[in-house]
Design a protein around this ligand. Structure first.
Ligand SMILES: [Zn+2]
Length: 382
């Protein structure tokens, strides 16, 4: 029998749901999660599931609750983000899903519409058979690829209904991911004094000041390599953006940079900020270079290996012929955001993260089918 998840996935990929990621140059018809959310709501209502839209009109998320057939059972929240990254430079038609050589191609096929397709197909099967043994909170959240506003909207809508644990779908090749790093972005601004470049000693060059800051951060990055997690490797720091100046004949009065700092479990935002401030002080530039933003983009994930989320997912994977391997990953996910809100969990999903965000994004069809089987087992098993 063909897994209905494959047909659902084709439908999902054909509905653009691009996260604008702060850009304003994208065609409006491909931006936002509204059309995908609408499709999902219709589909869930077709299964007699009460599904609601939460969040803003352009960037909505979907929440649906389905209770176990005979009452009791724990409550699991399964979250699969609705948004994809943009499609610049893609070498395939991003919204025209093609099946070839056991793969389904298209933007979002792997990251992470395959997860939602498998969940809906599994839920349909389990409800048909009347064997739902866990209470399910199904979440399709907006904005995973940037700010996780979707998770915040969903948490607000759930109010005080708390799941026992969370499963976020992301491409993990069906491994149970129990830990990942967090992401902090730090913005720094250098304030100089503008003057004519023919007489530079009259001014103070913000680009030069900021360059000293960048070098100070590079030293800090080198020292971080000693701070290691046995599974995740070292904490890291990279300067990703540096901008300043107006014209060659003007000594610039302003420049800014943005650094990306990857956190290990146990590190805090306040601790990161203090380290950056110390680096500026050590370089003697705290007077002229200021940290203007220090934001936690994605919290870390760190779930105990004997947590019920890990045990239940491993058991369901093994029962459906998978290895049930556990691992850590380098990328951040919404599971970390849920953990930050006191809801522990894991990440499991079909496909490889190496295919996500790429010019020829695809997911292996047998991975999607295996994910459906896993969800059927998880929802109907023990
Ligand atoms: Zn993703």
């Amino acid at each position: 029998m063909v897994d209905p998840a494959i047909g659902y996935l084709r439908d999902y990929v054909a509905i653009p749901s691009v996260n604008p990621m702060g850009r304003t140059d994208l065609p409006p018809e491909i931006v936002g999660e509204a059309a995908f959310a609408e499709h999902l709501l219709e589909q869930l209502r077709g299964l007699s599931i009460d599904a609601t839209r939460v969040g803003s009109a352009q960037r909505p998320s979907v929440v649906a609750e389905v209770n176990a057939a005979e009452g009791g059972g724990d409550t699991v929240l399964v979250a699969s983000h609705l948004d994809t990254v943009p499609v610049d430079g893609m070498e395939i038609s991003p919204f025209d899903p093609a099946v070839e050589g056991g793969r389904l191609y298209g933007r979002g096929s792997c990251d992470t519409k395959a997860g939602m397709a498998a969940l809906v197909a599994a839920l349909e099967r389990v409800l048909e058979r009347g064997v739902l043994r866990r209470n399910l909170i199904l979440v399709g959240e907006a904005d995973e690829e940037l700010g996780s506003q979707g998770v915040r909207d969903v948490l607000a809508a759930l109010d005080n209904r708390r799941p026992d644990w969370v499963l976020a779908t992301e491409p993990t090749e069906l491994r149970v991911v129990t830990c990942h790093k967090g992401v902090v972005h730090v913005r720094m601004e250098a304030r100089g004094r503008a003057c004519h470049a023919s007489n530079p000693s009259e001014g103070s060059n913000a680009i030069v000041l900021l360059s000293r800051a960048a070098l100070a951060l590079d030293s800090l990055a080198a020292s971080l390599s000693n701070r290691r997690d046995p599974e995740l490797g070292p904490a890291t720091l990279s300067v990703g953006v540096m901008r300043g100046g107006h014209a060659p004949n003007v000594v610039p009065d302003h420049a800014h940079l943005v650094a990306d700092r990857r956190l290990l479990p146990g590190e805090s935002l306040a601790g990161v900020r203090a380290e950056f401030e110390q680096a500026l002080a050590d370089a003697g530039i705290s007077e002229s270079v200021e940290i203007t933003a220090c934001s936690l983009e994605k919290p870390t994930l760190s779930t105990a290996r004997d947590h019920p989320a890990v045990l239940c997912c491993t058991r369901a994977l093994v029962a459906t012929g998978q290895k049930g391997e556990r691992s850590g990953v380098a990328f951040g996910t919404d599971a970390g955001v849920f953990e930050g809100a006191g809801l522990p969990g894991v990440v499991v999903g079909p496909g490889s993260i190496l295919r996500a965000h790429t010019a020829r994004e695809y997911v292996e069809i047998d991975q999607v089918e295996a994910m459906t089987a896993f969800f059927v087992e998880l929802l109907s098993g023990n």
